[in-house]
Design a protein around this ligand. Structure first.
Ligand code: PLP
Length: 397
């Protein structure tokens, strides 16, 4: 194996080549409806943009404190408390270049070669990448449509070995939109205490929940703050993906090694974005509620359309995705996505890009206005109908 081949296989995202292929096909088509990426189509609310503009004018063009501006860390700690989370001091919050950086910092600082890290399947693919980069081993716990894609303590327990070091919870889930019921979070927390696991709780979609679902912050449960790293950010709730600002909250014994890696990677999160994040977290929160309602309306439209198409799904009660089962079309999800793109000009990605254990599901991002989601559903319905008809037609012997 050459050095370059070795490097290419080091941090592997399964099926990344399919994503590249789809993006290449889409680039050659007109009027593609993109329901693929996890980047909100809504604009960052004006008062947040204004705060960023003002900060730049006032000279926020330098490094900040490596952990983040103290006033921002205080505001984040207050916001965590007021949303039912654990009690953190400002030096237990670290502002990073997106939640993404927090995730990599956590793995690089806390996972040692050979450590096993439990990750739900399907689950946000970057966790796999980060664990492998740190020399750890990903142990996936499959979740199933019939259970609403719920991650259960029993399923996690069955995967634990003496090498198990960390449990990753993505709640609500990307890609399934599942919220782990608070009663199950309590069981998972008890298991983490019993087996001495570090818990990563990625709650970046925590404010975007539907049907009265509630995200139980893991760190607020008894005995959990000391072993939990809560990852969160501004990208999803405030439509701030391009600002690259997020954070983690953790006890000091984790902050110390993690802050060193964060400093090595980024020095600090962008100063201008920290000012914008301060406006987001300490300003009016009705923009989050307005976004939540908008995603909910799109969710209803897509679920109704899937019902019409006869495609099954587990009703998502969080995030802004619907995870639909396309196996009744007779195609794998990967082939379905290619066909839907080529024939229907709608882009969505197969679950295999999210470490799914089967190739039956597609992740539909609800990140287009309602009218475009309706149009995408119409196009999808035509493709599904033609695939189902072809599957029914007897083939000549
Ligand atoms: N965590 C999850 C579960 C995500 O889905 C994403 C982005 O899609 C991230 C973290 C990264 O978010 P950020 O933009 O804050 O880096």
């Amino acid at each position: 194996m050459t050095a370059s081949q070795r490097f290419a296989s080091r941090v592997l995202i399964k099926d990344a080549s399919l994503r590249t292929k789809m993006l290449d096909i889409a680039a050659g088509l007109q009027d593609v409806i993109a329901l693929g990426r996890g980047d909100p189509d809504l604009d960052t609310p004006p008062h947040i943009i204004e705060a960023g503009q003002k900060a730049l004018g006032a000279g926020a063009t330098h490094y900040t404190h490596p952990l983040g501006m103290p006033e921002l860390r205080q505001a984040i700690a207050a916001s965590i408390r007021s949303n039912g989370g654990a009690d953190y001091a400002a030096d237990e919050i670290v502002v990073t270049a997106g939640a993404q950086e927090s995730m990599f910092v956590a793995m690089l600082a806390l996972v040692e070669p050979g450590d096993e890290v439990i990750i739900p399947s399907p689950g946000y693919n970057s966790y796999h990448q980060a664990v492998e980069l740190a020399g750890g081993r990903c142990v996936t716990v499959p979740t199933f449509e019939r259970d609403g894609f719920a991650l259960t303590a029993a399923a996690v327990a069955a995967k634990l070995t003496p090498q198990s070091r960390m449990l990753c919870l993505i709640n609500p889930s990307n890609p399934t939109g599942m919220v782990i019921p608070p009663s199950e979070i309590e069981k998972l927390a008890a298991l983490a205490v019993e087996r001495d696991l570090i818990v990563i709780s990625d709650e970046i979609y925590g404010r975007l929940v539907y049907d009265n679902a509630r995200v139980q912050p893991v760190a607020a449960l008894p005995g959990m703050k000391e072993r939990t790293i809560t990852i969160d950010g501004f990208s999803k709730a405030y439509a701030m993906t391009g600002w690259r600002v997020g954070y983690f909250a953790a006890p000091r014994h984790f902050v110390k090694p993690m802050a060193e890696i964060h400093h090595g990677l980024a020095i600090c999160a962008p100063a201008v974005s920290q000012h914008a994040a301060l406006a987001a977290v300490s300003g009016p929160q009705d923009c989050v509620e307005a976004a939540r309602r908008e995603y909910d309306a799109r969710r209803q439209v897509m679920m109704k359309a899937l019902d019409r198409m006869g495609l099954s799904y587990a009703k998502p009660n969080g995030a802004f995705y619907v995870y639909a089962n396309v196996s009744s079309t007779g195609a794998t999800a990967s082939d379905f996505c290619l066909r839907l793109l080529q024939e229907g000009k709608v882009m969505m990605f197969p679950g295999s890009l999210f470490g799914d254990h089967c190739d039956d599901y597609v992740r539909i991002s609800l990140l287009q206005p309602v009218a475009r989601v309706e149009e995408a559903a119409r196009r999808m319905e035509a493709v599904v109908r033609s695939m189902k008809n072809a599957a029914k037609t007897p083939q000549p012997a």
